[in-house]
Design a protein around this ligand. Sequence first.
Ligand SMILES: [Zn+2]
Length: 256
Amino acid sequence: MDMKGTLKTGLAGMMDMFLPRVCIVCGCRLLRHERHLCLGCHMDMPLTRFWERSHNPMADKFNEVIQDGIEAGRTHEPYAYAAALFLYHSEAGYRHIPYQIKYHGNIKAGEHFGSMLGKKLAVSPLWSDIDMIIPVPLHWTRQWKRGYNQAEVIARAAAEALGVPVRTDILMRKRRTKTQIKLDIKEKAQNVAGAFAVTEDARAIFRNGGTVRHIVLLDDVFTTGSTLGACFAALREVFPPSVRISVVTLGYVGGA
Ligand SMILES: [Zn+2]
């Protein structure tokens, strides 16, 4: 172990004396070598393995969302890929992972699980041609208030594992939307419809002769797919169907 590693371990040990480090999922106290999850919760993590299959329940759900949003006349939308790191039901302990990252400023956990996600994608041929990862943007007022965009934190770690760039200059959130938690599927779709737009930079990619084959949209959690669907619709205004637009999240919320 190098000096930096020793120092980090030492500091983590010292922090334990003041603030016990606990497992995000079950709340038990972590051993010194454990990070974010105890060994048991790490071993039991309900990995989706969706990254290995082009057709999976998340992709089917997302393709339904984008088909619903396609206006008459655009009929040849290619099947979109979709993958999440882990699956959980709404009451399961694993929901604490995205919650910690989004609401408790646990950036380190975002980086940890983002990196884990990136490594899974990196070994699957389906995801070997990614040109860029675009995190779902927050409205600037919300990002200013929170201090960071949780999707961007996850995206940066995943992108590093994949060796691809993160682009935050392509997609913007035009207006603030209500928190989605208490809305039903239809209300969620209405809430985010038209909330996103592409920037001049996105158009410039083509003006400058750039080629793009595969864009990955990244968010923290996939529930109904309405937010990612709205982002997808905005990107399609600039990127033709020859550019694959896939979606990736940390969590996939399955029905209980
Ligand atoms: Zn645990």
